[in-house]
Each structure stands twice: as structure tokens, then as C-alpha cells.
Ligand binder design. Sequence first.
Ligand SMILES: C[S@@+](CC[C@H](N)C(=O)[O-])C[C@H]1O[C@@H](n2cnc3c(N)ncnc32)[C@H](O)[C@@H]1O
Length: 291
Amino acid sequence: MSSSVDAARGPGSGEHPAARGDLEDIELSLLLEGIFRQYGFDFREYAPASLRRRVWRRVYAESLSTISALQDKLLHDPACMERLLLDLSINVTAMYRDPSFYVSFREKVVPLLRTYPFTRIWVAGCSTGEEVYSLAILMQEEGLYERTRIYATDINESVLERARAGVFPLDKMREYTQNYIRAGGSRAFSEYYLAKYDGAQFQRSLIENVVFAQHNLVSDRSFNEFNVIICRNVMIYFDRALQDRVHRLFHESLMTLGVLGLGAKESISFSPHADCYEELDANERLYRKAR
Ligand SMILES: C[S@@+](CC[C@H](N)C(=O)[O-])C[C@H]1O[C@@H](n2cnc3c(N)ncnc32)[C@H](O)[C@@H]1O
């Protein structure tokens, strides 16, 4: 990227490369400060390397040449902010992503949930909802859905709209059926959706007990006490300080003996709250709040 950046700044500018790096850091931190103050989205503690890459991608997509120019544009143009938000919040997801997580959830978490009259599950960073529908199907198959409420949140309102609609690409259904079977599903997966043109419309009854809402893990507070919190593949984009803050939020929001589920590349181990949890299944990143 640096060559195109150099080109954008003009050849022979005479700037020392280190000075250019410093200037980029200043522009980036001013941009993030501006976004926070104008729109309330706080990306100031996101891991810098991928943030920088995504910001530059938006600079070029808007036909601009500097981060400062992007700052000027998006402070005055909320639609530009929406576009950057989509770039920054990586929304990749899948139904029954990492199927072994769901096998372990069935074996180790479901028996605990049977002991409660009612279960509240928070899926934080749910993206377009594939994870939520996967969980709703699992809870239905285990006979627990009627006494479950799932709170599905994300920072990004446009992915939540897609989640509410519950239409996923039809050409993904072969892969999702395989994942479902590997996740311990025992029915015909096609029972859960209707094919419509190139989309698969999932049964509306699956989201009867789901509340979709915008929630920013960085700046918003807890909004309930949960038996289970699932937050997978979200904190990998945060730096350590921010991860610690989100872990504090989860610790406050989980009832004692509640379960925390993280993504395959995430762990509670390095968080200041590590001592508060026992491993339910360390391989599958399932932990139980002990204190
Ligand atoms: C890679 S997706 C993970 C989706 C799903 N949990 C999974 O594992 O398949 C990450 C999601 O986190 C959301 N996200 C990023 N920063 C967030 C924040 N500060 N608060 C809430 N959600 C956030 C993004 O919008 C995105 O939808």
C-alpha cells in the first residue's frame, strides 16, 4: 500500500519515510477521534494494522488521497460514515461455523440450561444472523426454545436488518447442511427454510423469541443478566485494553454459573477475568463463570 500512498502524496515530496508514518498515525487518530465525537462509534482501541488497511481502502473508494480528506468528508456526510462502518466491521459469518462448538454446546451447555426455568442468551456481534438461527434451531431441537429468549446485537444496523429478514444465499445451503450435520443436527436441514429465487427464507418461528438490537460493545452498557453470552470472532479485532473492557462487561452481565462462548481464535486466558471462569471445554472456548 505504501507505494500507492506515496504516489498519492506526489513523488519527490522530500518527506522522510518515518515522518510520513508519523503523519499517518496523527491523521488516523484524528479521524477516529472525529468519528467518536460526531457519531459515537469508538474505534480508537481497535487493532491498528487492519484498521489502517480498511481506512485506506475507504479513502481510495471515495476517490480521495489522504485520511484527513476522508475525515472531512465523513464528518459532514453520514452516508460516507455508514460505508466506512461496513468496511470496519468485518461481517463474515456462517451457519454452524466451527460445527464442533455446537456439538460441545449440546453436550455441555444444554444440560445446564435444562436446570433453569427460563434461559436468556446474548449473542453479541451477531452480524447477519446466521449464528442466531443456528442457535435457535439447536434450542428448538433440544426442546428448550419455548423457554429461551435470545438477544442478538451488533454495532451495525444494516447487518441487523438482514438478520431480521432471515434470508441467506441459497448456494450456501449445501455447506450449511454439512455444517448442521457435523454440529449434531439430526433432521433434514431443508425443513427449516423455503427456497425463494436465489435465497433461503428461514422459518419466522425461529426468531419468535429473538430480540435484534443495535448495541456497541465498546460504549454501551449491559442491559440484562444472562445465562449464556456468545461472542465469537468479534474481539479478535480489538486491542488488549478493549478486550479487557468487553470481558468486564460480559463478567458483569453473566449470572454466576453462566456460560461464556468465544471464537476459535479467542480465549479468556489473558484477560484479567480469567480467574473468574472455569473451563467447560477449553478447545471449544466454552467457559463457566465461577465467581
Ligand atoms: C466477524 S463478525 C462475527 C459474526 C459471528 N459472531 C460469527 O462468529 O460468525 C464480527 C461482527 O462484530 C460486529 N462488531 C464489531 N465491532 C463491534 C462493537 N464494537 N460492538 C458490537 N458489535 C461489533 C461487526 O459488525 C460484525 O458483524
